[in-house]
Design a binder for this molecule. Structure first.
Ligand SMILES: NC(=O)c1ccc[n+]([C@@H]2O[C@H](COP(=O)([O-])OP(=O)(O)OC[C@H]3O[C@@H](n4cnc5c(N)ncnc54)[C@H](OP(=O)(O)O)[C@@H]3O)[C@@H](O)[C@H]2O)c1
Length: 297
């Protein structure tokens, strides 16, 4: 089963679901996890310089035996060392990842580059022009950060991996923050920037007992009846994200759950009423789960 894709504003396609090497794998060896993810069907792998595991991510990629063209690899720029540029930082990442290019290179957080965002975005464009990355984008960017770089951008960001910083106006991409995400979503729509989520499953296992629970359960039962085979709560939330055009970044240590995540694309669609029910229930509670110290996750 091939993973369905989303169109980027630069003409590329991105698999709609990615396996991340942050959070649970942050600063840990990622080889086995990457192997497990690839062996069970993931083709989009989401890494970052600050996760300090690009090397083992690269080992997992090599060990998988997949050809480069079968995979979509993302990494993220962290704070620049003195004298470094986004391009030179990516060259280091490519060595660790053991590939010639990545598919997507994101600025991990605007706050790593205070007062220099425009310059750093120009550096991202240089890295793309040099062929080191197919697409460029951002992460944890608020509407203000986006507007800042859009003033000078020749290439607009292709993706914004959703921010969830306490001190920002922004966002985590799940129903309990969907309302707060609206300022970002308006800019994303204008520039055709794909919204990417992390922490998307937070409402069901980081915040049980909230207003979403009965809604997700009701929809899950309806989908299961329609499908005639099991549907999980996580699949309901991930389907909701997919139908909102969101690129989902998730992770798991378990083969069974990895297959369940990817099986989301086979779950029947939520109706317009069901999509709205999730949004309404999510809007009754504003809850963020990642604070600034978690952003590197
Ligand atoms: N750009 C950024 O600043 C940033 C920040 C944070 C994360 N990320 C990226 O996003 C990726 C995913 O992050 P995330 O952890 O927030 O993803 P998530 O999809 O919200 O959660 C995945 C985690 O949830 C657990 N899980 C899934 N279903 C569960 C259930 N029913 N009950 C209990 N636990 C369950 C999984 O554990 P099991 O191992 O048990 O399946 C896994 O550890 C990271 O690896 C990273 O690549 C980026």
């Amino acid at each position: 089963m091939s993973v369905s894709t989303l169109a980027l504003n630069d003409g590329s396609q991105v698999p709609w679901m990615a396996f991340g090497t942050g959070t649970a794998l942050y600063r840990k060896d990622a080889e086995d996890a990457i192997r497990l993810a690839i062996d069970n069907g993931f083709t989009h792998l989401d890494g970052a310089q600050v996760y300090a595991n690009e090397d083992s991510m690269g080992q997992g990629i090599v060990a998988s035996g997949k050809s480069r063209s079968e995979l979509f690899i993302t990494t993220k720029l962290t704070a620049l060392k003195p004298g470094a540029t986004p391009k030179s930082a990516l060259e280091e990442s490519l060595k660790k990842l053991k590939v010639d290019y990545v598919d997507l290179y994101l600025i991990h957080q605007a706050n790593d580059h205070v007062g220099k965002l425009k310059e750093v975005w120009k550096g991202m464009e240089e890295a793309q022009k040099a062929g080191l990355t197919k697409s460029i984008g951002v992460s944890n960017f608020t509407a203000d950060h986006l507007n800042d770089i859009l003033e000078i951008a020749t290439v607009p960001p292709a993706v914004n991996q959703a921010s969830c910083r306490e001190s920002y106006d922004g966002v985590e991409a799940h129903p309990y923050v969907w309302k707060a995400l609206q300022a970002n979503l308006a800019i994303h729509k204008q520039y055709k920037i794909v919204t990417s989520s992390y922490g998307g499953l937070s409402p069901i296992f980081r915040a049980q007992g909230g207003p979403l629970d009965p809604v997700v359960e009701k929809i899950r039962v309806r989908l299961e009846t329609t499908r005639g085979s099991p549907v999980s709560d996580g699949q309901v939330l991930n389907k909701w994200l997919q139908q909102n055009g969101v690129l989902v970044v998730t992770t798991s240590s378990k083969a069974e759950r990895i297959r369940e995540y990817l099986d989301t694309q086979n779950v029947p669609e939520l109706t317009a009423d069901e999509l709205a029910l999730i949004e309404t229930a999510g809007g009754q509670l504003h809850k963020r789960f990642f604070v600034s110290s978690d952003l590197n996750g």
